[in-house]
Design a protein around this ligand. Structure first.
Ligand SMILES: *Cc1c(COP(=O)(O)O)cnc(C)c1O
Length: 380
């Protein structure tokens, strides 16, 4: 079955007892056993819950993987993947990643004896060069955050495979609708379901999808043992959001292409980062490995903090806020918001400057969005 159909039906058959078409919210912590160890597949909701199970099945299906695991947040999903490593192991990550992922590496796992090298996402060979004898995991985020560069998943995965190194891809920005890393050779897909997958800015959630049974068992063990699981209500909201993922992603992309083109020609704009612009250095590779370019745009405004503040103060539809991927348009300031936990010199080195803004283009009418951003830019 095709993506749109699987999003609505996989893992979500009508309830056998009542016929309910929608998977119920199983708001229960525990399950009655008919005798010790005799149960219907569920014992305790940290270990497993039917609403969460439905979500895990459909997420695996949409990522073209065998096994899905849902987490309480994207960073909890990331933490579960890092739990596969042990003291002395080395990780290679791209140098343009979500600030919270950088923080987990630097502030949580480093003190437990993991080391991390950051590879230049502009140089396709930098990941190979950064590999050491003790490298166990390559962490990719593509499109990158916040600069929207594209890393060749197939290229990096083939290098890693030869050396027995796992490749994890944070697929949050593309969503499974536009990119399926497991088909490109990655071993692990990670999501912040908070973003496009749930799609309505109303829950925090995360997910991991894999194909390998042993890897799944190990991750499932950490999911249960460390306990960062989502509650059934949140799982239900993600399930509801997923049903419209395909049509939402198409709408996000149409609006993003329109705004990226408009902004590219604007006199107050110094640079637009959007892989869907044919002028983008990342266009070719994006076209090859993704089925769409997504709804995120990076914009460098001419000037500095003062000009950016003027823009923010004069926007009405674009809310100044953290996060992305909801139906409503958001604008953020990575320099102090998502990437504020990164040392200033690191931010500047990576191109996250004080005149850079990140836009999550919503699915409002594109003409209203253009009018709003145009008014904001005129006020500078
Ligand atoms: C938001 C985000 C995360 C973290 O997810 P949470 O749900 O906020 O914990 C990880 N990666 C990317 C790319 C994100 O945008």
């Amino acid at each position: 079955m095709e993506f749109e159909t699987r999003a609505i039906h996989d893992g979500q058959s009508p309830d056998t007892q009542t016929g309910a078409v929608i998977v119920p919210v199983y708001q229960t912590s525990t399950y009655r056993q008919s005798a010790v160890g005799k149960h219907k597949g569920y014992e305790y909701s940290r270990t497993g819950n039917p609403t969460r199970h439905a979500l895990e099945v459909v997420l695996a299906s949409l990522e073209e993987g065998k096994y899905g695991l849902a987490f309480a947040s994207g960073v909890a999903a990331t933490t579960a993947v890092f739990s596969l490593l042990k003291s002395g192991d080395h990780v290679v990550a791209g140098d343009d990643i979500y600030g919270g992922t950088y923080r987990i590496f630097e502030k949580v796992f480093k003190k437990w004896g993991l080391s991390v090298s950051y590879a230049d996402v502009d140089d396709p060979d930098s990941f190979e060069k950064a590999i050491r004898e003790n490298t166990k995991l390559i962490w990719l985020e593509t499109p990158t955050n916040p600069l929207l560069k594209i890393i060749d998943i197939q290229h990096v995965s083939s290098i890693a495979r030869k050396r027995g190194i796992l490749v994890a891809v944070d697929n949050t920005f593309a969503s499974p609708y536009f990119q399926r890393p497991l088909l490109l050779g990655a071993d692990i897909v990670v999501h912040s379901t908070t973003k496009y997958i749930a799609g309505h800015s109303d829950i925090i959630g995360g997910a991991v999808v894999v194909n390998d049974a042993a890897l799944y068992e190990e991750l499932k063990y950490y999911q249960n043992a460390t306990g960062a699981v989502p509650g059934p209500w949140d799982c239900w909201l993600v399930l509801r959001g997923l049903k419209t993922l395909a049509i939402r992603m198409k709408a996000h992309e149409q609006n993003a292409v329109y705004l990226a083109e408009y902004l590219s020609g604007h006199p107050k704009v110094a640079r637009v980062d959007y892989p869907g612009l044919t002028s983008s250095a990342n266009y070719k590779i994006a076209k090859r490995q993704m089925t769409g370019f997504g709804g995120m745009i990076g914009v460098e405004i001419k000037g500095g903090r003062e000009q950016v503040d003027k823009l923010f103060a004069n926007l009405h539809l674009f809310a100044l806020a953290e996060s992305l991927g909801g139906v409503e348009s958001l604008i953020s300031y990575p320099y102090e918001m998502t990437h504020g936990s990164m040392p200033v010199e690191e931010r500047l080195k990576r191109g996250i400057t004080d005149n850079f803004v990140r836009i999550s283009v919503g699915i409002e009418n594109k003409l209203d969005l253009k009018k709003d951003i145009s008014a904001g830019l005129s006020a500078i």
